[in-house]
Every structure is written in structure tokens, then in C-alpha cells.
Design a protein around this ligand. Structure first.
Ligand SMILES: *Cc1c(COP(=O)(O)O)cnc(C)c1O
Length: 369
């Protein structure tokens, strides 16, 4: 067996492919002196609507700030509760905590997304939002969440950081909630060359307020209705994203093809991964398998030149930062079990069929030993 080096991601490969064009784009932005705001930002806010099927978008500096501003604008305040999952990146909960609210965690299903059958029991008078996380680029079970949202008049805010272009029953991520929040962190499917994020909504008021809140709270040059933040997307990043947006469909297509190869070549006897349901269109930000032998498999793949990752080894409720939230071990059985069993295999758009076969064969071989 040949020892091919397949890193988990390869950002410099992406850069080398685009370098000539991007350097020119960056140079243009700098020469135009549009360093903050400007045409590229406006263009980005228009371009992204095609992928989210919403009316408005706000370019921001991170997915985390998109969540924070989104939560603030749907009215989450000190003492409120927001229902979400402990099986996510730490920022989902951090954005809630920073507004003085409490994340009310709900366990996940086998597919790592929120178990909607457990949500209703957690709704109280203090519940001000439901925040599903579309982990791995697979949408949460939105039908159920929408039903609850309507029944109790609680707005939905989507943590769609990993899910640009993903769909549920043909409807795109970000178009279900009052607000949809996305990240363009370098590791996301649509990635900047630094931190970036964006928020989408169909609500004009929320859009206008988000624009202001992300820009010092300024309504215009000299008037502020409220104190705001500095959460604007850098113009350079917007220009880069505008270029990369043209390739997003292809990126998603390549990742979906790679998933198909994994489905064909991975022996499912010893590992589990969710299939793609008919009503889903997954974008495979990550490809996560579950196995009791995770740590040894990770070692074995690394020894054979395959880079992998774990998203995420410590559930949010068990992080030190969550101490004051008063959760404990065994509170969320599936989340905790998955934390020990999940392994993210490389699936990025730069990998081809042969790469996926190599990884699959090595994985199958590991279990035969
Ligand atoms: C990446 C990510 C975020 C945070 O996005 P940033 O742009 O890094 O702030 C939030 N939630 C989830 C699920 C993410 O994957």
C-alpha cells in the first residue's frame, strides 16, 4: 500500500490555485481605499442571497458575531433561555451566555443534530429562541422545530455556520429562522482568508438593525440610536468571498461526490455514518464517522499519512466554561457517547475518488486486523 499524504485540509493548495487572481483582487480593494465597507460588501450581501433564498444579508466579521447580533435582535436578554444542543462548536453557547441568557441544552440524535422530540419539555416562560445547529452541513429536523416555534411563538435562529447551501425539503439553510447565521472561517465550505461571517433574514427591521448594530450602532455618520459593536466584515474578505462564491456550487458538488465514494467503499460493518435522507441536501462541511475504536483508528490513519479531526471531543456542557450552567456528566448520553466515537475523515473538494478509496481501504483494513 502506497503511503499517500492526505492532510485533513489543504488551505495552501486552495491558495496556490487562486493566488494570481486573488492577489489582483486584493490589490484592487486596497488601491480603491475601500478598506471598510464599500462595493464588495454590498456585492457580497447581494450574492449570498442566491444561496439562502432570503431577502437580506449582513456581512459580518464572524459566525459568532452573527449569532450574538441575531440573538440580540430577536430580543434575547439577561435571564432568558435559548434552547440549543451541547454537540456543537463552543461559539453556539458562548453567544447565548454573552447576552446574559442561559443555553438550555437538548441532546442529539444518531446524526448529531438536535433530537426534536426532546425540545417541548424544555420550553418555559423564559424560552426566547430555539437555536438548531446544522452540524456537518446536515440540516436539523426543521419540520418539528417549526411546529414548536409556531405553537409557542418562539423564534428560530439557525446556527448554519457549517451549512451554507444545505437544504431541507428543498429549502436552504438560513431561510427557516427569523435569522440564519453563517461563518466564513477558513475551514468552512465558503471560506475567507481569516475570520468572516454573515447573517440572513427576511425581516427588514432586523436587517437594518443588524447593519447598525455591527457598525457602532450608527444609523448614519453621526447618529447612534443604541450602542453597537464593531462586527463588520473586512472589505478584502468580502472581495475574496465574492470570487469564491462563484465556485461554491462546484465545491459542494465535489464534497457530495466524495461522500458518495465513501458510501461505496467504506465497509459499514464497524463504523456508522448517517445516510443522506431523501429530503436532505447535505453539503458535507465535515464527514463524521462513529466507531468504538476511534482513537486507534485515528492513530492508524495518521501512521499511514491520513490526517483526521474530531468535531468535537468535549461536549459544550462539560467544558470548564460551562461550570456555572450546572450541567454534569451523563446529562446528554448521545452527545457524550458521540464525543468518544466520532472521527472526521477528510472530504474537502481537493480530494478525488482515489484519495477517498485510499482512506476507505485503510479504514476497512484497520478493522480486519
Ligand atoms: C464555525 C462555527 C461557529 C463560529 O463561527 P466563527 O466564524 O468561527 O465565529 C459557530 N457555530 C458552529 C456550529 C461553527 O461550526
Amino acid at each position: 500500500m502506497k503511503n499517500e499524504k492526505i492532510p485533513y485540509v489543504n488551505l495552501s493548495k486552495q491558495w496556490k490555485k487562486e493566488r494570481k487572481i486573488l492577489l489582483k483582487i486584493i490589490d484592487n480593494v486596497i488601491l480603491n481605499q475601500d478598506w471598510v465597507g464599500g462595493d464588495e460588501i454590498k456585492k457580497f450581501e447581494k450574492n449570498i442571497l442566491k444561496f439562502t433564498n432570503t431577502k437580506y444579508a449582513v456581512a459580518l466579521n464572524s459566525g459568532t458575531d452573527a449569532l450574538t447580533i441575531g440573538l440580540a435582535l430577536i430580543g434575547v436578554r439577561k435571564g432568558d433561555e435559548v434552547i440549543t444542543t451541547p454537540n456543537s462548536f463552543i461559539a453556539s453557547a458562548a453567544s447565548i451566555v454573552h447576552l446574559g441568557a442561559k443555553p438550555i441544552f437538548v441532546d442529539v440524535k444518531h446524526d448529531q443534530n438536535i433530537d426534536t422530540s426532546l425540545i417541548e419539555n424544555k420550553i418555559t416562560k423564559k424560552t426566547k429562541a430555539i437555536m438548531p445547529v446544522h452540524l456537518t452541513g446536515r440540516m436539523s429536523d426543521m419540520s418539528q422545530i417549526i411546529k414548536l416555534s409556531k405553537k409557542y411563538s418562539i423564534p428560530i435562529i439557525e446556527d448554519a455556520a457549517q451549512a451554507i447551501g444545505s437544504k431541507y425539503k428543498k429549502k436552504p439553510a438560513g431561510s427557516f429562522g427569523k435569522v440564519g447565521c453563517f461563518s466564513a472561517h477558513p475551514l468552512k465550505n465558503l471560506n475567507a482568508i481569516g475570520d468572516s461571517g454573515y447573517m440572513v433574514t427576511n425581516d427588514k427591521k432586523i436587517y437594518e438593525q443588524a447593519k447598525q448594530l455591527s457598525n457602532h450602532g450608527l444609523k448614519n455618520r453621526n447618529n447612534a440610536n443604541r450602542f453597537g459593536y464593531v462586527s463588520r466584515m473586512d472589505t478584502i474578505q468580502a472581495a475574496i468571498l465574492n470570487y469564491r462564491l462563484k465556485k461554491l456550487d462546484k465545491t459542494i458538488k465535489r464534497r457530495r461526490e466524495n461522500f458518495k465514494y465513501y458510501s461505496n467503499y467504506l465497509d459499514p460493518k464497524n463504523i456508522y455514518f448517517p445516510i443522506e435522507e431523501k429530503y436532505q441536501f447535505n453539503t458535507y462541511h465535515t464527514f463524521v464517522v462513529q466507531t468504538k475504536n476511534r482513537n486507534n483508528l485515528k492513530q492508524y490513519l495518521l501512521k499511514n499519512g491520513i490526517g483526521t479531526a474530531i468535531h468535537y471531543p468535549i461536549p459544550i456542557h462539560l467544558q470548564k466554561s460551562s461550570k456555572n450552567l450546572n450541567y454534569k456528566k451523563n446529562d446528554f448520553i448521545n452527545t457524550e457517547k458521540q464525543a468518544n466515537q466520532i472521527l472526521t475523515l477528510p472530504i474537502n473538494e481537493n480530494l478525488n475518488k482515489n484519495d477517498i478509496i485510499t482512506i476507505s481501504n485503510l479504514t476497512n483494513q484497520f478493522f480486519k486486523k
